[in-house]
Ligand binder design. Structure first.
Ligand code: FPP
Length: 251
C-alpha cells in the first residue's frame, strides 16, 4: 500500500461515489445491486478514514437531481440508506464517529428522517470523525436556501448589507459547522462536480479515478491520498509564499 504521511492528510475528505449503476449494468445485474455493493465500499472508506485520523468525511449519497430517477430505484436507495443507518450506528458508536446530514431534509420521506434523527442523536456526543451524508443535496439549492434565509434576516433587521462577508454567507450554508473540503475524490471517470458543494470546493484539490465506486479499494484510497500529499496548495498565493522560499527579485 502507498505509504502516507500522517501529518499531511486532508482534514476534510469529500467523495462523489459514482458508477454504481454502470458497475451493475456491466455485469448484467440490476442497478440496485450496484448500490448495495456501493454501500459496502462506504463501510470500508468510513472505517479507513476514521483509522487514518481524517476529521471530516462527506459523502454525496443522494442528489437533488436523483429524485428524477425511476421511482423503484429511488425507493430502493431510501431503503438501503435506512438499512445502512440502522446497521452501522453501533459501529459508529464503537469508532466514536458522529453522523451529520446536509441537504434538503424536508424532501426526504418521514421514515428516512426518523432513522436519520435517531442515528444523529445517538452519535451526537461522539468526538471522533464527523461523517456527513449529503442527502437530497444540491449545491445551487443550498446556495438559494442560504440566500433566502440571509435576505429574511436583512428584511427583519437582524443584519445589514454591510455585514455580508464570505464568512457570514458561509454560516448560512448547511456546512456551517464544517471546514471546507481539502480533497475531493470522484469515482467512475466522470470529471465534473455535478452540483456538489459548489461554494465549499473553491480551493479543494480534485482527484478523479476511472474505477467505479463498488470496485474502489483500500489501495485506491491510499493512492488517492498519496496524490493529495504530493500537491502544493497555494490558495491564490505564489509557490514561494507558501514554501517560505524567498525569490531574489522580491528582495
Ligand atoms: C451514483 O452511482 C451513486 C448514487 C446515486 C448513490 C450512492 C449510494 C451509495 C453509494 C449506496 C448507499 C449510500 C449509503 C451512504 C449507505 P450511479 O447510480 O449514478 O452510477 P452510474 O452513473 O453508473 O449510473
Amino acid at each position: 500500500m502507498t505509504p502516507l504521511d500522517p501529518h499531511k492528510l486532508p482534514v476534510h475528505l469529500a467523495v462523489i461515489m459514482d458508477g454504481n449503476g454502470r458497475w451493475a449494468q456491466q455485469r448484467m445485474l440490476k442497478r440496485i445491486i450496484g448500490h448495495q455493493r456501493g454501500a459496502e465500499t462506504v463501510k470500508m472508506v468510513v472505517e479507513q478514514a476514521s483509522l487514518l485520523g481524517i476529521k471530516y468525511l462527506t459523502l454525496f449519497a443522494f442528489s437533488s437531481e436523483n429524485w428524477s430517477r425511476p421511482a423503484l430505484e429511488v425507493r430502493a436507495l431510501m431503503t438501503l440508506l435506512k438499512k445502512y443507518m440502522r446497521q452501522e450506528t453501533e459501529r459508529m458508536m464503537r469508532k466514536n464517529i458522529r453522523y451529520n446530514v446536509i441537504g434538503n431534509r424536508s424532501e426526504l420521506p418521514d421514515d428516512v428522517n426518523e432513522t436519520l434523527d435517531k442515528a444523529i442523536q445517538k452519535t451526537a456526543a461522539n468526538s471522533g470523525m464527523v461523517l456527513t451524508l449529503a442527502l437530497s443535496y444540491g449545491g445551487r439549492q443550498e446556495l438559494c436556501r442560504a440566500a433566502a434565509r440571509l435576505a429574511q434576516d436583512a428584511v427583519d433587521g437582524r443584519l445589514s448589507i454591510a455585514d455580508v462577508t464570505t464568512e457570514l454567507f458561509g454560516s448560512y450554508l448547511d456546512t456551517d459547522n464544517l471546514p471546507d473540503p481539502d480533497f475531493l475524490i470522484r469515482t467512475s471517470g466522470e470529471m465534473r462536480i455535478s452540483n456538489f458543494l459548489l461554494w465549499q470546493l473553491a480551493y479543494t484539490e480534485l482527484y478523479f479515478t476511472e474505477t467505479n465506486w463498488p470496485d474502489f479499494t483500500i489501495n485506491e484510497l491510499h493512492k488517492a491520498l498519496a496524490d493529495f500529499q504530493s500537491r502544493e496548495r497555494r490558495f491564490g498565493m505564489t509557490g514561494d509564499q507558501i514554501t517560505g522560499r524567498g525569490h531574489p527579485s522580491n528582495a
